[in-house]
Design a protein around this ligand. Structure first.
Ligand SMILES: [Zn+2]
Length: 365
């Protein structure tokens, strides 16, 4: 194994139902003036609370801006040209993945201190060192990797618990996928410290969801901020963020993806997937195939039951994909970049066999 030189910046975060109390002690050393950038609904849900806590600090909010509709380089440039952005010592990014990714792409690139305020628990954007960039027409462009995540994430579980529960519902599928994809992608390899840490951590992307997932979703649907909700938020936002940093070496996400994501990205050829379904929802469906193809029948059973319990998909009908579209996808899935680094070549036959097993399982339930 070769010697290497590399730097790692881990996410720093605080979590709780009145955690904005920490804004002063965390942010004051970075300056005085704050620009808030967020999504419309996210700001409606959180701005008053943020303002009331900022009022207790030495910080001053000098502007509030909308991020735009998508995480695009055009939106990043538009924000960069705002005079209030140059005047601000720091930026607070507020919202879901696209909003936080836009603000990270803006500020981390400029070396301006940026803090994240996730308002939904759909993914790990608040804690990770990458922004998922889109084209102006809304289609996926590429991941933009950074050397570090935001300076700190303020995860207010009260605000998250009051948001629509469907985001956490889908986030659960994307989160347990991390464990299975990391462990399968790295199988039988002699991993160096960095990647080995990511793979070891990834088990925490699965366990809390099996344990608390169903109750957390139930509580979340009633707007309740409970221990179970907090455990699931931690898994989706924090653990996945840390794991994905360690699973992406030299900006190469070899261990950070796998068959479940290959299935998702292959299915995005059909607009219904991005228009009517959530990323993690379809990835959670894809995990069932990853496990069947891999022969992990006990794990398949656990996730199958969890999906059933949560209402995550276990059939093509639930994601509105026809038999013909699925059949067409079977030629594309094995060539997706997500399964380039995999312990074996995924084939059409393996996927057909897995579908047979899944159909059989659905008939039994
Ligand atoms: Zn994903």
């Amino acid at each position: 194994m070769k010697l290497e030189n590399y730097e790692v910046h881990l996410p720093s975060y605080s979590i709780g139902d009145h955690i904005y109390d920490k804004i002063g002690s965390v942010c004051e050393s970075y300056g005085k003036t704050v620009l808030i950038i967020g999504g419309k609904r996210a700001l409606a849900a959180s701005l008053e609370k943020i303002k009331s806590y900022v009022a207790k600090t030495n910080l001053t909010i000098i502007g509030v801006e909308l991020y735009g509709n998508d995480c695009t380089y055009a939106n990043v440039e538009k924000l960069r040209r705002l005079p209030v952005y140059s005047e601000a010592d720091m930026v607070f990014g507020v919202g879901g993945g696209k909003s936080l990714d836009t603000v990270k792409c803006l500020c981390i690139t400029d070396d301006k201190p940026v803090f994240t305020f996730p308002t939904i628990a759909s993914n790990c954007a608040a804690c990770t060192s990458v922004s998922i960039m889109y084209n102006d027409d809304g289609t996926f462009l590429k991941p933009n990797f950074f050397v570090r995540p935001a300076m700190h994430a303020f995860i207010d579980t009260e605000i998250i618990a009051k948001a629509p529960a469907q985001y956490m519902w889908a986030g659960i599928g994307d989160t347990y996928a991390k464990y299975y994809e990391a462990t399968i992608s790295s199988r039988d390899e002699r991993l160096e410290h960095f990647t080995a840490l990511g793979v070891s951590l990834s088990v925490m992307c699965r366990n809390p969801l099996l344990e608390y997932g169903a109750k957390a979703l139930q509580d979340h649907r009633q707007g309740l901020c409970t221990y179970d909700v907090e455990q699931v938020v931690l898994a989706i936002v924090v653990t996945t963020g840390i794991a994905s940093i360690f699973l992406t070496k030299d900006f190469t996400p070899d261990y950070n993806s796998g068959l479940a994501h290959a299935i998702f990205y292959a299915l995005t050829a059909y607009p219904v997937i991005e228009e009517k379904h959530l990323h993690g929802e379809v990835v959670g469906f894809g995990v069932l195939f990853a496990l069947l193809v891999d022969g992990q029948y006990d794990e398949f059973e656990k996730i199958y039951k969890l999906n059933k319990e949560l209402g995550l998909p276990t059939s093509l009908e639930q994601i509105e994909i026809t038999e013909d579209q699925w059949d067409e996808s079977l030629d594309r899935i094995p060539d997706m970049s997500d399964v380039k680094h995999y312990p074996y070549r995924v084939t059409r036959e393996m996927l057909e066999d897995a579908m047979g097993k899944l159909t059989e399982r659905n008939l039994r339930s």
